[in-house]
Design a protein around this ligand. Structure first.
Ligand code: FAD
Length: 461
């Protein structure tokens, strides 16, 4: 009898697990992958993909509003939430099937069940089956936090439920100031819901560049979204189908939905990690791993959100691929987590790569800032009250562009490409030498010739 039933057992069929299973199988490994819910994981089933479909749908309302200035008369329009949700669900089911088919085509066996460690090499499936594997990859992702158990917490939905609401909320209160909270706030506002965002910090999008945070807040407020900072939801009462949320600042807000998007935690509970000897990173609560995603047990690896490093789909995929190449492809691959471009698909959207101004000024002695805000050309005729923000952060000693932050239509698409330049260590002189593409918003990125601020850090600081 063979010592092991399989070479690799992957726990979790999300972005990272699926990529790792597929590549390991293509390298010739015998692979099993267990998924307890739906293949594709958070990104495909209840994250990036359904979210972006809702973002597209909510933007159509803007297009309709903007049309009048361009001469279009559009008769009374109406929006049907159940149709959108049904069409979104159809697309998600198609993707789920494609994920399963692709991983099976590569030769991996998919088991639709929960898996937990019984010991460092043995996995127990919900069916009772036991599998002994030479290597194990933990790719169990993360889940929404609900925070402290306040009175009425049972009435609160998370992003998971927001994708399946039977009807569009007329009024929704969203607690949270991160990207998921703001994206849903803008989605619902785009469909005409009355939206209030409640956030305990001093401004939304903690961790982003301060100019981006201020700009996004003011643009969202112009769109009619109420943003209350410096307070939290203390309790929630239910009256029939409606709720009243009582806030720490003494005010109360009525709504027909209350959603919390206050962070996510890595899925490490009830996995039997202690039986396998797998250690947790005390700093972030995720599985502790080294630069090659190897856990405290040499044949057990962990990738993606369960490690709580940089919780983004492309990062999980890259980590899964690197793991498979390193362990089964005879090629050690290290994942570089620096300068990862990211977006917030709020309205207007944010694209960002590299350092914020605060980070750059802490890291470099001479920092030049190139910043502009302007009315996008489309808004001149549509009459929409909106402005774009573009900001480049330059290490003035080396002339390298170390950060780029954009708020406005197309920001995410622009920053994906600027990410290449930043990764290649492009200098401000390289940006200046690039001819503008006219008329675009992006041309501002290569035509900001004079710094708007120069910061020199004195040695004593
Ligand atoms: P996941 O995709 O979460 O997959 C983990 C899988 O493991 C799940 O399917 C789960 O059911 C399964 N599982 C857990 N425990 C077990 C077990 N014991 N046995 C069997 N199966 C198990 N990222 C972006 O890059 N861009 C975005 O725009 C973006 N938007 C997002 C929007 C929302 C609302 C959310 C919630 C997330 C978003 N993300 C986005 C983050 C992105 O979805 C995650 O970073 C990514 O899915 C992580 O992949 P993963 O493989 O680590 O885990």
């Amino acid at each position: 009898m063979a010592e092991f039933d399989t070479d690799l057992f992957v726990i979790g069929g999300g972005s990272g697990g699926v990529r790792a299973a597929r590549i390991a199988a293509l390298h010739g490994a015998r692979v099993m992958i267990a998924e307890e819910y739906r293949m594709g994981g958070t990104c495909v089933i209840r994250g990036c993909v359904p979210k972006k479909l809702l973002v597209y749908a909510s933007h159509i309302h803007h297009e309709i509003e903007d049309a009048a200035g361009f001469g279009w008369t559009i008769p009374q329009v109406s929006f049907d939430w159940p149709t959108l949700i049904a069409n979104k669900d159809k697309e998600i089911a198609r993707l789920e099937a494609a994920y399963t088919a692709n991983v099976e085509k590569a030769g991996a066996r998919v088991v639709k069940t929960r898996a937990e460690f019984e010991d460092a090499h043995t996995l127990k499936l919900a069916s009772g089956e036991r599998v002994r594997s030479k290597y194990v990859l933990i790719a169990t992702g993360g889940a929404p936090n609900h925070g402290a158990p306040i009175p009425g917490i049972e009435h609160v939905i998370s992003s998971n439920e927001a994708f399946h609401l039977p009807s569009l909320p007329r009024r929704i209160l969203i607690q949270g100031g991160g990207y998921i909270a703001l994206e849903f706030a803008c989605i619902f506002a785009g469909f005409g819901s009355d939206v209030t965002v409640v956030y305990r910090g001093d401004n939304v999008l903690r961790g982003f560049d301060d100019d981006v945070r201020a700009h996004v807040r003011s643009e969202m407020e112009k769109e009619g979204i109420t943003i209350l900072t410096g307070c939290t939801v203390k309790s929630i009462d239910k009256h029939g189908k409606d709720f009243t949320s009582h806030l720490s600042n003494g005010s109360s807000i009525g709504s027909d939905r209350v959603m919390f998007a206050i962070g996510r935690h890595p899925n490490v509970a009830n996995l039997g990690l202690e039986k396998a000897g797998v250690g947790i990173n005390p700093g972030n609560g995720g599985i502790a791993v080294d630069g090659f995603s190897r856990s405290s047990v040499p044949h057990i690896y962990a990738i993606g959100d369960v490690t709580h490093r940089l919780n983004l789909t492309p990062v999980a995929i890259r980590e899964g691929h690197a793991f498979a190449d390193t362990v089964f492809g005879k090629r050690q691959v290290h994942v570089d987590h620096a300068n990862v471009p990211t977006a917030v698909f709020c309205q207007p959207e944010v694209g960002t790569v590299g350092l914020t101004e605060t980070q750059a000024r802490a890291q470099f002695t001479h920092v030049d800032i190139y910043k502009t805000t302007f009315r996008p050309m489309k808004a001149t005729i549509s009459g929409r009250d909106t402005r774009m923000l573009m900001k480049l952060i330059v290490d003035a000693t080396s002339d390298r562009v170390v950060g780029c932050h954009i708020v406005g239509d197309g920001a995410a698409e622009m920053v994906q490409l600027i990410g290449i330049a930043v990764k290649m260590k492009a200098t401000k002189a390289d940006f200046d030498a690039t001819m503008a593409l006219h008329p675009t918003a992006a041309e501002e990125l290569v035509t900001m010739h004079n710094p708007t601020a120069r910061h020199v850090r004195q040695a004593a600081e």
